[in-house]
Design a protein around this ligand. Structure first.
Ligand code: G
Ligand code: G
Ligand code: MN
Length: 429
């Protein structure tokens, strides 16, 4: 590790001389040699400006305290962002966890390369972990530079049927049975490989192609649903819709026709809706959602609690299901604030007569919290990642042939740690 560190220029900012000395010692032990320190935010900015104008590169890494007289750490972070500081940033503080967490989020929101936040006194193991992240970071930054797809590229991909559905299981918490799957679209790109929706949904919306995309997703979902049904697997399928899709007044009829063509019952279709951008046409959206509901298609409010999916939507629209955002699920067992938001969201949903889904279940603790809070369904990496249709069919087939085998055949689970899953008929709505 040491040779990588030697060349890095590090700035430590803290008003307490003792902290500066201790941190410098810890960094020296890890091989850092070019250490500089400042006792205030203002001094740090001055130092940064001096180094940036010189031929020498500015600092590679800044350690920043939060509680400082004069300019505090939050102000310094804001000023670093304003000056386009591109190096790594580590927050160091004696402040309680939630303040430090908020500062972390703020630094990320500013677009800074935040490596982590450390509580004082700094644990050497955690320090080393954070610094390892710094070495890995530049690589990731280049990977993230995603091409913005043009209308022509998207149109061609649609024509050549390059969009494929993946499916992520949804499991009933009480029975551990697999009851459905969320449909997550991917682009099987001839050059870029399997491209995730975050990289093309926005472009499809901008280029007015999001309805065409939804059509192919729906048709494939009905085809897969029909094939599973013929194999005896009864699953509820949840498709994601953009707000833009809801301006298309023909959507409810399109869904009904295509479902009928594949003999897929509309009572087993869920439409997940997130308010990802401003509702451009609220009247049309309410019209579309209400007609979908009249056709017995279930409506789910996705990413609930994120500010996009809000109480206003719940008040105004006929939702049947509430999906608590994963940011309130993962880690809730150990975080009292997350836990109370999660529990009160679930209570509210129940009082409104809605069914509930917890997403982002990544470990046994997440599963336990949802179970205890009386959530209906769980979804997340702990149960299974999104997978191609063939994989889901293959994994489920043995359980289906012998219903009792589900208890033994834990095809979606690791024995003892994960919830077992087996197939059964749809749960009643
Ligand atoms: O599948 P993840 O793996 O990367 O999905 C990222 C985001 O893309 C999620 O917020 C999901 O809701 C959204 N998404 C996935 N499939 C679709 C789709 O078919 N249509 C729309 N509008 N969004 C989708
Ligand atoms: O916004 P929506 O709820 O549709 O998001 C689905 C997204 O969540 C997809 O990108 C999917 O790959 C991702 N996802 C599914 N399970 C987990 C999980 O357990 N943890 C995390 N971090 N993401 C998950
Ligand atoms: Mn979703």
């Amino acid at each position: 590790m040491t040779p990588l560190f030697v060349a890095q220029r590090v700035l430590l900012v803290d008003d307490e001389a003792f902290v500066l000395k201790l941190l410098a010692r810890q960094l020296q032990n890890l091989g850092y040699q070019q250490l500089d320190s400042c006792d205030s935010g203002l001094a740090a900015l001055e130092r940064l400006e001096a180094t940036t104008t010189a031929a020498a590169p500015p600092f590679d890494l800044i350690f920043c305290d939060l509680q400082m007289p004069g300019m505090d750490g939050i102000e310094l972070v804001r000023n670093l962002a304003l000056r386009g500081y591109a190096g790594g940033l580590v927050l160091v503080s004696g402040e309680p966890g939630r303040t430090l967490q908020t500062a972390e989020r703020l630094a990320r929101a500013h677009g800074l390369n935040l490596l982590g936040a450390l509580r004082k006194p700094v644990d050497p193991g955690l320090l080393r972990e954070v610094l390892t992240r710094h070495i890995a970071a530049p690589q990731r930054a280049t990977e993230r530079a995603a091409p913005a797809y043009s209308a022509d590229e998207l149109r061609q991909a649609l024509a050549q049927r390059q969009f494929v559905n993946h499916y992520q299981p949804k499991v009933e918490l009480a029975s551990r049975q697999l009851v459905g799957a969320e449909v997550l679209v991917r682009w099987d790109h001839p050059q870029h490989g399997l491209v995730g929706p975050d990289r093309f949904i926005g472009a499809a919306e901008e280029h007015g192609l999001i309805d065409e995309l939804l059509k192919t997703v729906l048709v494939s979902a009905f085809e897969d649903g029909r094939a599973w049904q013929q194999a005896g697997l009864v699953l509820t399928l949840a498709v994601n819709a953009s707000m833009d899709n809801l301006s298309w007044l023909g959507l409810p009829d399109f869904v009904a026709e295509q479902a009928a063509a594949q003999q897929f019952p509309l009572t087993r279709l869920v439409l997940e809706v997130t308010e990802s951008r401003l509702m451009t046409n609220p009247l049309a959206a309410i019209d579309t959602l209400t007609r979908l509901r009249l056709k017995r298609i279930a409506l789910s409010i996705d990413d609930f609690g994120t500010g996009h999916s809000s109480l206003t939507q719940l008040r105004d629209l006929p939702f049947d299901e509430l999906k608590v955002d994963r940011s309130f699920v993962h880690g809730a067992a150990a975080d009292p604030a997350l836990r109370s938001i999660l529990e009160s969201s679930l209570t509210m949903a129940r009082q409104l007569g809605m069914s509930t889904v917890g997403e982002g279940v990544e470990d046994l603790a997440d599963w336990g919290v949802l179970r205890q809070a009386g959530c209906d369904l769980a979804q997340g990496y702990f149960i299974a990642k999104p997978m191609p249709a063939a994989d889901l069919g293959r994994r489920l087939a043995p359980a289906q042939r012998d219903p009792a085998a589900g208890l033994r055949h834990r095809s979606l689970s690791r024995p003892g740690t994960r919830p077992g899953t087996r197939c059964r008929n749809q749960r009643s709505r």
